[in-house]
Design a protein around this ligand. Structure first.
Ligand SMILES: CC(C)(COP(=O)(O)OP(=O)(O)OC[C@H]1O[C@@H](n2cnc3c(N)ncnc32)[C@H](O)[C@@H]1OP(=O)(O)O)[C@@H](O)C(=O)NCCC(=O)NCCS
Length: 136
């Protein structure tokens, strides 16, 4: 799974907010604590540092959605965080993302805050993000 593969799937999956470029993935993967799960069709990029974990992004290519891939990856990341004495996992999700919110809520994440005008949308606007947290 190369940064180019990740950027390609991300661009195919993210239709509402700006997708991340190959160079953004290259830079992210060099950062401390990064964990990449899945494959080029469906992947999760997370980070664990100390007792805090974050889901940075999850994407399933539209040709492979609704087959349980993202749920399996999220469960894998949660399981890994549990083995590393993590106290909580947080993430940001677009307030209008009606596919991702049930994915997270069904695994026990709950709303912990809101960031107004956080994401750039593909039509040049801004959209808020909900901050979700899963406490162990
Ligand atoms: C959100 C996303 C990652 C889900 O990937 P997926 O592999 O299709 O998800 P799964 O098949 O594992 O679905 C797990 C659960 O998520 C929810 N879900 C997934 N897609 C959904 C949709 N289109 N509408 C409503 N709920 C949805 C459902 O609760 C689903 O469980 P169910 O199928 O038993 O009802 C995928 O739609 C995607 O890549 N979207 C664009 C990128 C994105 O928004 N990422 C998250 C940003 S934080």
């Amino acid at each position: 799974m190369t940064p180019a593969d990740l950027a390609q799937t991300h661009a195919a999956a993210f239709t509402q907010t700006r997708p991340w470029s190959e160079s953004e993935f290259t830079d992210l993967l060099k950062q401390r604590g990064m964990i990449l799960c899945g494959d080029a069709q469906s992947f999760l990029l997370g980070r664990i540092i100390g007792d805090e974990a974050e889901v940075l992004t999850v994407a399933t290519h539209p040709n492979h959605q609704r087959r349980g891939y993202a749920r399996a990856l999220l469960m894998q990341f949660i399981a890994q965080a549990r083995t590393q004495d993590v106290a909580s996992i947080f993430l940001e999700v677009s307030e209008i993302n009606d596919a991702a919110k049930p994915l997270y809520y069904n695994q026990g994440f709950r709303k912990a805050g809101h960031r107004p005008r956080y994401y750039d949308t593909t039509d040049g606007g801004k959209i808020g993000a909900d901050i979700l947290r899963l406490e162990f």
